[in-house]
Design a protein around this ligand. Structure first.
Ligand SMILES: [Zn+2]
Length: 414
């Protein structure tokens, strides 16, 4: 057995063990705090809502354990189990050129990997979300979504993949620089066309009509020096009763989108505070910073791939006998998450730091007390737990735990 096979197996085992350990800690911590609403929330959230959040989070976390196990087994089957080798042989000589065969290999492998996740996604949507009253999606819409998502992935991902494989083969030693530029261009293109071409495939967007709310929001935008090309309401309620608000696009196509579920559940003042928080992300340049990190990370990743691609052991140690650019790229896409899992807590920490900064901005431009009220409502409506395991939270959570977040807001509001 090659030494890299052992390293891969060790990394996979370590990642899976860590994932299961974190999930089990999380479940134990939530169950231990289920009997009582935390003191800081005792006047804001009832015991029934607190216990619903506990049951909901436990159910989701149990499913996550199952998903980690399934994904690890699938990865083993694809690599050492010979799945990729089988697929590569199956495509060989079937299409006009190695380029098309490479793209077909990668797309078919990724589609198979995605298909493995479908049963759990069905369980999540139609069993868990439904049991807690969140699911609004019909089986028909679910199938339609799946069909559209696959078509979109092929329409956008197909040309990208062909372009990348071509650059890898034609650009010589520094192909990774060219692929990196293409990858950045592709990301910027998707962000630019998302609001006008992609999002409308899945939802309806209507201009915000509530005149009073609109006036309040426009005053806030003015105060923050933010120019949006429109305020829209999205029919999020056709899929789920979870609520949200977000920005999309950049430059002149920048839109502010509210889920209809959010507008229904929050008061004008609370909506204003939530929007001020989102504006905080924009004003503190979080979106630009995140993209800069993403691009820097992908440059490093491509350089690493360029080195690995030339090493025969990279293929053979992972169960693939033919050395092609496509099999190198595919192995890299599938295997690298096993080696980067320990970066997760760093990224989560960075994200939580941004949330604190956006909260602070919201406290300055709107009111901290309205944001606190909105957060409490959102926690209750979404059945988000108030008592996450601290280690699980440090590892995964993109948002700080409710208690800490609200305590900070209370500090600035007094
Ligand atoms: Zn945020």
């Amino acid at each position: 057995m090659h030494v890299f096979t052992l390293i891969f197996l060790a990394a996979l085992g370590l990642t899976l063990t860590l994932q299961i350990w974190l999930s089990r800690r999380h479940i134990a911590h939530i169950l231990a705090h289920k009997a009582q609403v935390p003191a800081a929330f005792s006047d804001k959230i009832g015991l029934a809502a607190h216990q619903k959040a506990a049951d909901y989070t436990v159910a989701k976390t149990q499913t996550a354990i199952l998903q980690h196990v399934i994904e690890a087994l699938a990865l083993l089957a694809f690599t050492l189990g010979g799945g990729l080798e089988f697929l590569a042989q199956a495509w060989q000589g079937r299409l006009d050129s190695p380029l098309w065969e490479g793209a077909a290999l990668i797309l078919s492998a990724l589609i198979l990997m995605a298909a493995i996740d479908i049963p759990l996604s069905l369980y999540r949507t139609f069993v868990i979300e439904a049991r807690f009253g969140f699911n609004k999606i019909t089986p028909k819409l679910y199938v339609l979504d799946l069909f559209k998502q696959t078509a979109l992935a092929l329409a956008l991902g197909g040309p990208l993949l062909l372009g990348v494989l071509w650059l890898m083969g034609a650009m010589g030693e520094y192909w990774w620089l060219y692929v990196w530029l293409a990858w950045m261009g592709f990301n910027l293109l998707v962000i630019a066309i998302y609001p006008t071409f992609i999002a409308p495939l899945f939802n309806k967007f209507q201009p915000l009509e509530d005149a009073q709310l609109k006036a309040r929001i426009e005053a806030l935008l003015e105060k923050c020096g933010f120019h949006a090309s429109g305020l829209f309401v999205m029919d999020g309620s056709k899929r789920s009763s979870h609520g949200n608000a977000y920005f999309s696009g950049f430059g002149k196509t920048k839109r502010i989108v509210f889920f209809d579920t959010l507008l229904k559940n929050l008061s004008t003042e609370e909506i204003e505070a939530v929007l001020a928080h989102e504006l905080g992300h924009f004003k503190r340049r979080h979106i630009v910073k995140r993209m800069a990190w993403l691009f820097a990370g992908s440059l490093v990743a491509l350089w690493v791939l360029a080195q690995l691609m030339q090493a025969p052991w990279f293929y053979s140690a992972l169960g693939v006998s033919t050395q092609t650019t496509a099999s190198a790229l595919l192995l890299f896409i599938l295997v690298s998450p096993v080696f980067t899992f320990l970066l997760q807590p760093l990224l989560a920490r960075l994200s939580r730091q941004h949330e604190f900064e956006a909260d602070q901005y919201a406290a300055q431009t709107a009111t901290a007390s309205a944001l606190i009220q909105a957060l409490v409502k959102l926690y209750e409506d979404n059945a988000s737990t108030l008592t996450p395991d601290p280690v699980h939270s440090a590892f995964y959570d993109s948002h700080p735990p409710a208690g800490i977040r609200i305590a900070r807001l209370q500090m600035v509001s007094t």
